[in-house]
Design a protein around this ligand. Structure first.
Ligand code: SAH
Length: 509
């Protein structure tokens, strides 16, 4: 993957298939292209969650059809990617599904080729095959179909005559899949039947396939058009026609999971959100990722560095959040290049999430509360462990963290230094689509993983959709929510991410 750091390096444009929507269905190469990008040019059908793989400062240009202000024509998109690539940039052009299956990827490639700039095509998983698979419909099957025909339901509207030969299509063996066909369902199924296809042929329509909000409509060639009208079924959907649809009754795996059909909002930082949303998605939930907070360097980075440098002189290092651990070791390895420089200091953490982070750095945790994973619990555990009189402690914390640790430990006679490792600020970027979904489609539950996620969410002033339940990771977060007038419906028993997921499952399943 070419990096653009050297100013003299030539630009390159990657035409990347971003897959049909499930964030796990981006290819490894596609992800590498996002990581390498100076500019991301992305579309309506491409999952905005991929933006988290981009390096900080990567320029993002949305050229999707649903763009609010204005829509770029295909010519303008072509011009844009050629111009950016000529400027020497690494341009990653993300398209839904596969870039060359009804995605105009070939036209963009031709423009880049004509302009004489470097480009690569990075294939993606197409909705034409993955969509049916997520509805429990294999596009080929030894018993039903040894042939697959894929066609578009929406040709270039400027074409005078259709280039599709429905007489041949209707008679073709095997499975037929068509994209962009919802609006013309009556016309397409009608032409099939006119041309001799059996109206009883099984048919499925899969909307927002592979996303948590996937919906599937099952009918026959003869009945689908009426069903679409009746259900008010809208694009984007992939249509599949053939006996393979019968397999769904045996292998409908995706829509049978416990939280399928439930929409859950997650509000952590863009870097941390993935762990929680992945767990919820695995259970079948439709997750809206709405990061409300972001972690930034502390105001006084120098003071933080000095305390980290002296960390080996303390008896205890105390971490009260995973972010504190990350910030600490980032600084530690800027100062030292040998892990042993940490010396014999003992490590105490507030709970399992923070402990996990410490273990990622190959250090053992000496102390953690047994169940009460809050500052008070940690102070109690330390007090049980030893007399804290005159014990030197370095507490690594966020700027906004509650003062409990310092106050109570000082009260016990300890000498506490506070290393302010990071600060939490409201996340303002790239949330428009998530907010629009929350407002327009509503949600069953919103999850909060810290008091700051509550505060920053409420500061966005988004009207809470009717019927939405509030889930909190623990007592401190719940208290923050109640203070701001929210009713907390669900509180995790174990104050951890897995504990929160369990509580959500219990409440919604
Ligand atoms: N290149 C894309 C297709 C682009 S055409 C691909 O390979 O998937 C756009 C059409 O693709 C939509 O109108 C719809 O028919 C289909 N499509 C794309 N993503 C989809 C999804 N997640 N669920 C259902 N249909 C989808």
């Amino acid at each position: 993957m070419s990096k653009s750091s050297a100013p003299s390096s030539p630009g390159i444009c990657y035409l990347v298939g971003a897959g049909p929507g499930d964030p796990g269905l981006l290819t490894i190469k596609g992800k590498e292209c996002i990581e390498a990008a100076d500019v991301l040019v992305y579309d309506y059908l491409c999952n905005p969650e991929f933006l988290r793989y981009a390096r900080p400062g990567t320029e993002r240009i949305y050229v999707g059809k649903k763009a609010k202000d204005h829509t770029l024509t295909q010519d303008q998109i072509n011009e844009l990617i050629v111009k950016l690539t000529r400027e020497g940039k690494v341009v990653t052009r993300l398209k839904g599904g596969d870039p060359v299956l009804f995605g105009r990827g070939a036209e963009e490639a031709a423009e880049l080729a004509e302009a004489g700039v470097l480009f690569e095509i990075v294939p993606g998983i197409t909705s034409a095959i993955a969509g049916p698979a997520y509805a429990g419909i294999p596009v080929t099957h030894r018993d039903h179909a040894s042939q697959l025909t894929i066609f578009t339901g929406h040709e270039d509207p400027t074409k005078e005559e259709t280039s599709l030969d429905y007489a041949k299509l209707a008679k073709a063996d095997g499975t037929k899949v068509f994209l962009m066909g919802v609006e013309r369902m009556e016309e397409i199924t009608g032409k099939f039947i006119e041309n001799g296809a059996d109206p009883e042929t099984p048919m499925a329509l899969v909307r927002w396939a592979t996303h948590g909000r996937q919906q599937t409509l099952i009918a026959t060639l003869g009945t689908m058009a009426a069903k679409v009208k009746e259900a008010g079924f809208k694009a984007p959907a992939v249509a599949v026609v053939g006996d393979v649809v019968k397999e769904r009754k045996n292998i409908n795996w995706f829509e049978n999971r416990p939280l399928f059909g439930k929409r859950v909002v997650v509000t952590r930082t863009r870097q941390q959100i993935g762990v929680l949303s992945k767990k919820l998605r695995t259970l079948g939930a439709d997750v809206i990722e709405l990061p409300t907070i972001r972690i930034e360097e502390p105001h006084n980075l120098m003071a933080f560095g000095e305390l980290v440098q002296d960390c080996h002189t303390y008896e205890w290092l105390i971490f009260t959040s995973p972010n504190a651990v990350d910030a600490f070791f980032k600084m530690f390895y800027k100062i030292y290049n040998d892990a042993r420089s940490i010396g014999g200091v003992r490590i105490a953490v507030v709970g399992p999430g923070t402990a996990e982070k410490v273990k990622e750095h190959h250090l053992a945790v000496d102390l953690m509360p047994e169940k009460n994973f809050v500052a008070e619990g940690l102070v109690a555990a330390l007090k049980d462990f030893q007399n804290m009189e005159n014990v030197n402690v370095l507490w690594v914390r966020g700027e906004e963290t509650r003062e409990v640790i310092a106050n109570e430990l000082t009260g016990l006679g300890a000498i506490v230094d506070e290393a302010i490792a990071y600060r939490t600020v409201p996340e303002k970027d790239d949330n428009l689509e998530a907010i629009a979904r929350l407002v327009n489609e509503g949600a069953d539950m919103i999850t909060f993983t810290s008091a700051s996620t509550v505060e920053c969410f409420l500061d966005l002033n988004i009207p809470l959709p009717a019927g939405i339940q509030v889930a909190s990771i623990g007592p401190i977060t719940s208290e923050a929510a109640r203070k701001r007038g929210l009713t907390v419906d669900v509180e995790a028993k174990a104050n951890t991410i897995p504990g929160l997921v369990e509580a959500v499952l219990e409440a919604l399943k």
